[in-house]
Design a protein around this ligand. Structure first.
Ligand SMILES: [Fe+2]
Length: 306
């Protein structure tokens, strides 16, 4: 597995066209050297970005799947404004708690911090299994954008896998078994394995709630084919016996998250991480209970996978 970006990789310098030089910064994209991911230099996300800068970031995001920006300082309003450059944002509904006062509807807090016995945000300390954000809905998230507000000295890294490449290199037999099939993207469980508020434990995966998406999708913007499976451990492939479905899903997940497709982001305070849920899945390492980790998240509405 490749880890965070060393500084000696080849960089792509682009001076944006048709912009007055004094108002335009030079955005540099440095690929991680791993199977996906790039660092973006030369942009302060707290400012209003130009159309040229947004275009450059969008192109890099589609090409590299995951982007990270170091040394950012963002208010909630600035994070929302940045996210809105990439589409309409989800407005988050809290089913199991009160919304924290003063936090915009578009922001979700991912945190292991507990204040007076109440968790400040979602997901706690535990490891989070491989998943794709919001794929249990008919129209899942295209982008997820996370801002690192408080980061522990170690642990809590976010791993990503390149699902374009995993599909391209899948053996022909398995490709034939999954092409044209759909799977259930279970909505009964959260990414940390707990039952979602308002749902019950599943008796049978084949009857579970959640969207039925194609296993092989065509990315709506790049036109490339990619695997799309939702969450490891709770899926079901329509039309198969449950044990056959389990066996095939295990085989696919083991392939998708093998080291040659995976890169891990090691967080620093002030990082903004942005990824394309339509062609990657992600997971998170566990965090020590005595080390605070808090991120603020927005997600961009996508279209139904096809
Ligand atoms: Fe996630």
């Amino acid at each position: 597995m490749k880890r965070a970006a060393p500084d000696n990789h080849q960089s792509t310098r682009t001076r944006l066209p048709q912009m007055p030089e004094e108002t335009e910064s030079i955005i540099q994209i440095k690929p991680t050297g791993g199977p996906l991911g790039a660092e973006v230099h030369g942009v302060d996300l707290s400012t209003g970005l130009t159309a040229g800068q947004i275009t450059r970031i969008r192109q890099a995001w589609l090409e590299h799947i995951v982007l990270y920006f170091r040394h950012q300082t963002l208010t909630d309003e600035q994070l929302v404004r940045f996210g809105q450059q990439f589409g309409e944002l989800h407005r988050v509904q809290y089913l199991d708690r009160e919304r924290p006062p003063g936090v915009p509807m578009e922001i979700e807090i991912v945190s292991n911090v507990v204040v007076e016995g109440e968790p400040v945000g979602l997901l706690g300390n535990s490891e989070v299994a491989w998943h794709t954000d919001m794929s249990m809905w008919e129209e899942p998230a295209s982008a997820t954008i996370l801002y690192g507000e408080e980061i522990p000295a170690s642990g809590g890294g976010t791993r990503f896998c390149n699902l374009y490449r995993a599909w391209e290199e899948l053996d022909e037999d398995t490709r034939n078994q999954v092409r044209g099939r759909r799977s259930i993207h279970d909505s009964a469980y959260m990414a940390d394995g707990n039952v979602r508020a308002g749902y019950e434990n599943l008796e049978r995966k084949s009857e579970g709630p959640g969207a039925r998406h194609p296993i092989v999708c065509t990315h709506p913007e790049t036109g490339r084919e990619t695997l799309y499976l939702g969450r490891k451990g709770y899926g079901y492939i329509l039309g198969l016996a449950e044990d056959e479905s389990d066996e095939l899903l295990d085989r696919l997940w083991n392939h998708m998250v093998s080291d040659r497709y995976v890169w891990e982001h090691e967080w620093r305070k002030g990082d903004v991480l942005m990824w394309d849920n339509r062609c990657t899945a992600h997971s998170r390492g566990a965090i020590a209970a005595n080390q605070a980790r808090q991120l603020r998240r927005v997600t961009v509405k996508g279209s139904a996978p096809r």
